[in-house]
Ligand binder design. Structure first.
Ligand code: NAP
Length: 284
């Protein structure tokens, strides 16, 4: 099975390295070509300067780009050259509607599509320990599972096309709430004059312990907000969640509050920082 990887950003680069380590990766493409050339040289794989050229040569295309319009632009491009029977696995976080549109475009070319968004951050991408939620044909998933297993330790088939992205929306809503809770609690601790390292260590081992506290607690309280997960990307995800919730009249005050706070931070020039930059608005 020859695999190509499109989108070598904070997530994609680590994921592509793990696919390469297992011997599946044949080719890479990145919009900013220099990034693809450097990684291709490191991994000893082919590099293409157009996604169409990559798609013509592989059996599986893995995709991890930014937002809905980017996924659709890439899918439309690769649909012009993709081999019948090939599989496209999109690991970007986008809407269920985009996943369905991408699947329909590829179906016209007899190519399969799985929406397979991931959770676990850049650390999970680097270590191959992501959680992956998959929508689409379960038989297609079984065909490509060995490739996906190089990037994710937990791969769960949720249901039809779009259901992976709907599950990721659930994850993003939860992350918004956790971000609110952790940044607020740690700002309170700092205002109390507590020793932050000790506070984070002891709380991590108890009922309030969580991934975000473990991975971002110490950095945020030291005023470091390097991504990680870019705040502007989480904002994009939460806007998707809001529009999905509106269709079923579901109220999501925590999500709404987080969107408003992120918009303030983005207006202040912090959109490329990690989502833990929410701490900026909480600290006294
Ligand atoms: P990132 O570092 O900003 O990388 C985005 C990648 O997409 C870059 O390689 C970029 O190319 C490429 N790209 C964007 N628009 C494109 C287009 N129109 N055509 C071709 N390539 C395009 O973002 P990331 O953190 O890796 O996130 C990627 C996706 O994973 C997003 O959907 C995000 O929501 C999701 N995600 C992120 C995390 C996280 O913790 N970071 C966790 C789970 C899921 P250039 O190099 O040319 O800009």
């Amino acid at each position: 099975m020859k695999v190509g990887f499109i989108g070598l950003g904070a997530m994609g680069a680590g994921m592509a390295r793990n696919v390469a380590k297992a011997g599946y990766l044949a080719a890479v493409y990145n919009r900013t070509t220099a990034i693809a050339q450097t990684l291709a040289a490191e991994l000893g794989v082919a590099v293409y300067d157009q996604p169409e050229a990559l798609a013509a040569t592989v059996d599986v295309v893995l995709l991890c780009v930014s937002a809905d319009a980017d996924v659709l632009a890439v899918v439309k491009a690769i649909a012009t050259t993709i081999k019948p029977g090939a599989v496209v696995v999109d690991m970007s976080t986008v809407s269920s509607a985009t996943a369905k549109q991408a699947a329909a475009i590829l179906a016209e070319k007899q190519a399969a599509f799985l929406d397979a968004p991931v959770s676990g951050g850049v650390e999970g991408a680097k270590n191959g320990t992501l959680a992956m939620m998959v929508g689409g044909d379960s038989n297609v998933l079984e065909r490509v599972r060995p490739v996906l297993a190089t990037m994710a330790t937990r791969i769960v088939h949720i249901g039809a096309t779009g259901s992976g992205q709907a599950t990721k929306a659930v994850n993003q809503i939860m992350c918004a709430g956790i971000n609110q809770a952790v940044t607020e609690a740690l700002a309170f601790a700092q205002a109390q004059g507590l020793p932050m390292g000790k506070v984070i260590d002891v709380i991590s081992g108890g009922a309030a312990g969580n991934w975000f506290l473990d991975h971002r607690g110490k950095t945020m309280t030291n005023g470091s907000f390097a991504p990680g997960f870019k705040l502007a990307l989480h904002h994009k995800d939460l806007r998707i969640c809001q529009s999905m919730a509106a269709q079923t009249a579901t109220s999501m005050p925590l999500t709404d509050m987080t969107v408003t706070a992120y918009e303030q931070l983005m207006a202040d020039g912090f959109g490329d920082e990690d989502i833990s930059a929410l701490y900026r608005l909480k600290k006294p």
